[in-house]
Design a protein around this ligand. Structure first.
Ligand code: HMG
Length: 384
């Protein structure tokens, strides 16, 4: 029995900052961001958008199509948690009107947690093949203003269903995985920005990739030639390119573009989506692949700082294009609103009130759900 991803949906906030604007404000050459980092824009969530509204908005098109009927678990992956106790997925469970008979839990291991959720979902489907699990990953990448990480901010969410005999991607049983207790990137509970040892984080990302790939090759007997495309965790698109160059030494620019280019299109304009990033890349690949990938194998590398890395693979299912939400994704990306540098800094510096009083937020968010306010330390969400 094949198990994997039945359908996938991507959402990012309505607003973005062009990295040319950031470059000008910080006195940096725009090409450092556009070429050196490989990013053009970064998604910025307005004050009434958070990981709950983005996650619910990613899942909403699936709900509207009736694809969430019979969901028995909602696994929510994030590193931008809004509560130390309650799983953010429970707010989404309410917003989407999911059944009471549903397991809801939040998972965390930096950007890796969505792959852990996928594994857990697959385990649940193995035990009960007729069941369906909803995985949602939603994150906001935020670094200190003016720091080297600033240009790699972003935001976004993906929602996907995991089933037996999936119509999008059947996940192979083989995998290579690696863990190490390192401090390359972290966020203490009392900070709202991540701390990062940037250069070191890129080295650990590669070290984990090499270890995971070696193990994967040993277990599967496959080589690079067995893959039509690769999707990497994308903190910034240049990182994915560098990662693939480590595996495929001496690869030409043209070939590199063929095997990873289509997976980088959405991230180049949305920025790092942390837990969602690899799966934003997968969505981008499936939506934008010029060639029909039906029946072809793709390689996936998931990385979460701290760190855990996993290389795994899947076979794209014949007829997969019928399941895609390509037009909606493209329209969302094309209709976003550009911010000025001042607007970006104002949004960045806006803090959620913590006094326990009653606060109502102005409407900026244009997705189906919004974070409407806060009352008595309780977050209030509504249909926009
Ligand atoms: P930096 O140190 O300011 O950048 O920040 P740099 O000086 O290394 O320059 C970057 C590249 O731009 C270089 O190319 C320059 O040569 C080039 P490279 O040497 O790498 O090939 N460059 C130019 N190119 C064209 N025209 C120019 C120009 N100027 C320079 N004029 C750094 C880079 C990645 C350190 C920073 O952005 C950062 O700290 N980012 C955050 C951390 C990060 O994203 N790490 C990635 C791996 S860890 C990970 O993926 C996990 C994560 O997603 C979190 C999680 O798991 O939850 C982050």
């Amino acid at each position: 029995m094949d198990i994997g991803i039945e359908q996938i949906s991507f959402y990012t906030a309505q607003y973005f900052l062009d990295l040319k604007t950031l470059a000008e404000a910080r006195g940096v050459e725009p090409d450092k961001f556009y070429t050196g980092i490989g990013q053009e824009k970064m998604g910025i969530p307005p004050p009434d958008e958070d990981v709950v509204t983005m996650g619910a908005s990613a899942a909403f098109p699936l709900k509207e199509q009736g694809a969430l009927e019979g969901v028995e678990a909602l696994l929510f992956a994030t590193e931008s948690g809004i509560d130390q106790s309650k799983a953010a997925g429970l707010f989404i469970h309410g917003l989407l009107g999911l059944p009471e008979r549903c397991r809801v839990v939040e998972l965390k291991q930096a950007c890796y947690s969505t792959t852990a959720a996928l594994r857990m979902a697959m385990g649940l489907v193995v035990m009960k093949p007729q069941s369906k699990v909803l995985v949602i990953a939603s994150d906001i990448a935020r670094y200190v203003l003016g720091s080297p990480g600033e240009s790699t901010q972003g935001c976004g969410a993906v929602a996907f269903t995991v089933t037996a005999d999936p119509r999008l991607l059947a996940i192979d049983p083989e995998a290579g995985f690696y863990a190490d207790d390192v401090m390359d990137f972290w966020r203490p509970n009392y900070l709202s920005e991540a701390l990062v040892d940037g250069k070191y984080s890129t080295q650990v990302y590669i070290k984990a990739l090499k270890a995971a790939w070696k193990q994967y090759v040993g277990e599967s007997g496959r080589s690079l030639n067995d893959f039509a495309r690769f999707c990497y965790h994308i903190p910034f698109t240049r990182m994915a390119a560098k990662a693939h160059q480590k595996l495929a030494k001496g690869i030409s620019d043209e070939e590199l573009q063929t095997v990873i280019g289509e997976s980088l299109i959405y991230s180049r304009s949305a920025g790092n989506c942390y837990a969602a990033a690899l799966y934003v890349g997968l969505t981008s690949l499936l939506d934008n692949a010029a060639e029909d990938l039906g029946g072809k194998r793709i390689g996936l590398y998931s990385y979460g700082s701290g760190c855990v890395g996993e290389f795994f693979s899947g076979v794209v299912q014949p007829g997969y294009r019928e399941m895609l939400l390509t037009d909606a994704h493209r329209e969302m990306m094309a209709s976003r609103t550009e911010l000025t540098f001042q607007q970006y800094e104002d949004i960045y510096n806006y803090g959620i009130p913590t006094d326990g009083g009653v606060h109502t937020f102005a409407q900026y968010c244009t997705g189906p759900f919004r974070f409407a306010g806060i009352r008595g330390h309780k977050r209030i969400y509504e249909r926009a």
